[in-house]
Design a binder for this molecule. Structure first.
Ligand code: PRP
Ligand code: URA
Length: 210
């Protein structure tokens, strides 16, 4: 449907997503599920990382294994809800650096308001994974990616749990070079910019603020 969009249909991801959507899922379980889904998504979204030979000595003899070339990965959660995806991915990629981009949506205009930006150095050499469970109008994602590009980031992937078609479209119009990974492409947005069927307000459900 969209170039550069990958919908991760692995059965475990889909099973956990259904639990995440459930309005009766408590904060504690919601948090665990977001992390588990993020970890499974990262596994899929890194399957094309280049490898290089690596010498290793087993207890029996020297041999040559393989290791991820470069190793310069950075995770950049969009605050707040993106924070919920970090720990799950870090379990898989402990050497990844973590940056933060602070954005919230203005309730009236639905446009993102920027309040924080701090990312690891060596931007040109890194592969960035921008994290946010929700890609709704796409305003936040587009602004986060633009901010990364402004400081020199060249290789960027965007991982979300639920995306709306309008958000994917906006992202790919502004940043056609960014690969977007999602567990679901939902039907539409409502008048308040919430995804339908979606899972509600991800930040509030993660942090128990409503
Ligand atoms: C939510 C979500 C995204 C954004 C998506 O954050 O986590 O960042 O909305 O909407 P968009 O695609 O229309 O920009 P929110 O603004 O609620 O902030 P929060 O994470 O601090 O709750
Ligand atoms: N942000 C959320 O947390 N949920 C939505 O459905 C849309 C934006």
């Amino acid at each position: 449907m969209f170039p550069n969009l990958t919908i991760l249909s692995h059965p475990l991801i889909q099973h956990k997503l259904t639990k995440l959507r459930d309005r009766n899922t408590a904060t504690r379980d919601f948090k665990a599920l977001v992390n588990e889904i993020a970890m499974l998504m990262a596994y899929e979204a890194t399957k094309d990382l280049p490898l290089e030979p690596a010498p290793v000595e087993t207890p029996m003899e020297p041999t040559t294994g393989m290791q991820v070339a470069g190793k310069k990965l950075a995770l950049v959660p969009i605050l707040r809800a993106g924070l919920g995806m970090v720990d799950g991915i870090i379990q898989l990629i402990p050497s990844a650096r973590v940056g933060h981009i602070g954005l919230y949506r203005d309730h009236d205009t639905l446009e993102p308001v920027h309040y924080y930006f701090k990312i690891p150095g060596d931007e040109e050499d890194r592969l960035f994974f921008v994290l946010d469970p929700m890609l709704a109008t796409g305003g936040s994602a587009v602004q986060a990616v633009s901010a990364l590009k402004q400081v020199g980031a060249g290789r960027i992937r965007f991982l979300c749990v639920v995306a709306a078609p309008a958000g994917v479209q906006r992202m790919l119009e502004h940043h056609p070079d960014v690969s977007v990974f999602t567990a679901a492409l939902d039907r539409e947005l409502n008048a308040s910019g919430y995804i339908l069927p979606g899972l509600g307000d991800a930040g509030d459900r993660l942090f128990g603020t409503r």
